[in-house]
Design a protein around this ligand. Structure first.
Ligand code: S6P
Ligand code: ZN
Length: 195
């Protein structure tokens, strides 16, 4: 038995803080390039640099077959019409899949097949799970008015690859129209359509 392995972790369902684990915070300034409306992004940054999300990762198990997991808390908010979101990533080990379980709040997951660019948008809600296959970029979006809390479980060897997303972003985006979340293609949004 790995002496570092802890079988039990307790986390605060409001903050996602796991006992004994330093969390990471992503602030608005860390999300440059993730929002499409650059003017709205710069204007929001001039007003402040709020925490958009936190992740507390538990990586006790190591080696082949081990799993890691993270508790994410994505706060509610918008930049222009775009809801607060995570940076989004592929796994460095592309075949690594992941399971998300919704705990609180109302979210969507943007899934994008790396090879085909095909998009799937899935609800991330309490008492529900989302399977993210390998080779699939994934981003979480908070489309509700309260913090979105979730847990993601993935192979210890998955790793995170952010460069591909930073280069071209996701093809789909979630925007607020008349107070409701609407999915639009980024290229259509940039043309000014569907809004
Ligand atoms: C890790 C898992 C999540 C994300 C978290 C933040 O594989 O998918 O714990 O790390 O949702 O997203 P991101 O894109 O900033 O890592
Ligand atoms: Zn992941």
């Amino acid at each position: 038995m790995n002496p570092l392995l802890s079988h039990f972790t307790r986390f605060d369902p409001e903050t996602g803080i796991v006992e004994g684990v330093p969390g990471i915070s992503r602030r608005l300034a860390d999300l440059r390039g993730a929002f499409t409306d650059e003017d709205a992004y710069e204007a929001a940054l001039r007003r402040g640099n709020p925490v958009v999300y936190t992740v507390s990762s538990v990586s006790a198990g190591t080696g082949e077959g081990a799993l890691h997991y993270g508790i994410g808390v994505l706060y509610p908010g918008t930049i222009g019409q775009e809801y607060f979101l995570t940076k989004g990533h592929l796994h460095s080990w592309r075949a690594a899949a992941e399971v998300y379980v919704g705990l609180k709040g109302e979210g969507k997951m943007l899934l994008e097949d790396e090879a085909t660019g095909g998009s799937t948008i899935v609800d991330l809600l309490p008492n529900s799970a989302v399977y993210v296959p390998g080779h699939t970029a994934h981003r979480t979006v908070n489309v509700g008015a309260t913090p979105l809390v979730y847990i993601g479980v993935y192979p210890a060897e998955a790793g995170h690859e952010y460069r591909e997303i930073a280069k071209k972003n996701f093809r789909m985006m979630m925007i607020e129209v008349d107070g409701k979340p609407v999915a639009v293609k980024r290229e259509e949004y940039l043309k000014g359509g569907l809004v």
